[in-house]
Design a protein around this ligand. Structure first.
Ligand SMILES: Cc1cc2nc3c(=O)[nH]c(=O)nc-3n(C[C@H](O)[C@H](O)[C@H](O)COP(=O)(O)OP(=O)(O)OC[C@H]3O[C@@H](n4cnc5c(N)ncnc54)[C@H](O)[C@@H]3O)c2cc1C
Length: 367
């Protein structure tokens, strides 16, 4: 029996896949998204903070986010400085709600989303790519299936090999925390290679840390270190999560004939800040445009255009190596209040001093 023919199958219904699906469907492609989880937005693995550039890239309804204008940056001794910018902000988000909204937008544009089924097989057939599990044949396949992409594996594409590991707990409320600040903690012992954070989200708080693979992340140690500031032990836990953050830069190759990776699957994450949502938005949407042009208007192969547009990340990869090595805690304690440190932190968080805008900060800025 003939398989159902579609133009585009996207594996993964998260930031990259859903934006790509919406764009491609709006441009007339018969688009199917395959998602392993029971629904988009289920069991998310991210803090979901949008840098201003991400918020500028894609318009989202205000009920899913909360604007934060200030950062409190702590040294390991918990001495801190406050940083703020009138013309810059981060959006903390109800990420599950936001992803469900993106899924609705993709459906409204005409995309079909198949949930609760893991994509495991695909092969090249005469008329395109065959997906026997779903009885589908597609003209084009996109892997938006995250840090450990099955699409990349099946088609021999580049795969992420360098990661940060993040752990996070959500609390319903933290009355002792200043809700107008993103609290970020420099501490090479507790968060080697990255940071710890307390983020006020819309209606709840997210507390987490990430480390490189030289140490095991220990969120409990961070909670006890900062208990007197936030009172975690008397707060109600809403959710716990963990996840991998690719930090080795874009994978290579990121495409093969009629197959393309986007988002985390493609390593589109700032190696320095671990932010990937802005890049998922930008290149997810761009992929949808280019695939539609390619299939309907004889446009060039999408990967040729994307290769020219993608960032190189050379500077951030160099800084990632410095972060991985981990400045000693005494050094952070020594420099926390100094003008050079303030300048550097302002640059990272708010992209000051004529720096080019970057990607995503987490507990900070992005790329
Ligand atoms: C702890 C943590 C905190 C983070 N915080 C931030 C932050 O604050 N700001 C920021 O910008 N970035 C942050 N990031 C990074 C950010 O979450 C990712 O860059 C972003 O989610 C990438 O989106 P994506 O659509 O490429 O992939 P993902 O969000 O990883 O989604 C991949 C989707 O594919 C599905 N899938 C996977 N395999 C299959 C399969 N075989 N079949 C079907 N479906 C499949 C998954 O279920 C999932 O829904 C964080 C990451 C972590 C781990």
């Amino acid at each position: 029996m003939a398989r159902r023919q579609v133009d585009l199958v996207i594996v993964g219904a998260s930031f990259a896949g859903l934006i790509c699906a919406r764009t491609a469907a709006l441009r007339g492609l018969k688009t199917v998204v395959i998602e392993a989880k029971d629904e988009p937005g289920a069991r998310i693995h991210t803090t979901g903070i949008l840098v201003k550039e991400a918020a500028d890239e894609v318009d989202t309804p205000p009920q899913f986010s909360r604007a934060i204008h200030g950062v409190r940056l702590y040294a390991p001794s918990l001495r801190h400085i406050d940083l703020s910018s009138r013309d810059y902000f981060f959006l903390t988000t109800d990420t599950a709600g936001l992803i469900r909204w993106f899924a609705d937008q993709a459906r409204l544009a005409g995309a079909e989303i198949i949930c609760g089924r893991k994509f495991e097989q695909a092969s090249r057939g005469e008329g395109g790519l065959d997906l026997p599990q779903f009885d589908l044949q597609t003209r084009y396949l996109v892997g938006a299936d995250g840090a450990r992409s099955t699409v990349a594996k099946l088609f021999g594409l580049g795969r992420n090999s360098r990661f940060l590991t993040g752990l996070e707990v959500e609390y319903h409320a933290l009355p002792q925390a200043d809700p107008d600040l993103l609290h970020c903690f420099l501490d090479t012992r507790l968060a080697r290679g990255y940071l710890a954070w307390v983020a006020p989200a819309p209606g709840f708080f997210q507390v987490g840390l990430a480390t490189n693979d030289s140490v095991k992340p220990d969120l409990r140690a961070f909670l006890s270190h900062t208990e007197h500031l936030f009172g975690f032990s008397s707060a109600d836990v809403k959710e716990r999560r963990s996840g991998l953050i690719p930090c080795g830069g874009p994978v290579d190759p990121f495409a093969a004939e009629k197959v393309l990776l986007i988002g985390d699957a493609a390593g589109h994450v700032s190696p320095l800040t671990g932010g990937g949502i802005r890049l998922a938005f930008r290149y997810g949407r761009r992929a949808g445009q280019l695939i539609a042009d390619h299939l309907t208007r004889n446009g060039p192969p999408p990967e040729l255009v994307l290769r020219r547009e993608l960032p190189g990340f050379a500077k951030k990869l160099a800084l990632r190596t410095v972060m991985d090595f981990g400045p000693p805690n005494w050094l952070y304690d020594l420099i926390i209040g100094t003008p050079p440190m303030r300048w550097f932190a302002n640059t990272v968080y708010f992209h000051r001093r004529g720096e080019k805008p970057r990607d995503t900060p987490h507990a900070g800025a992005e790329d």
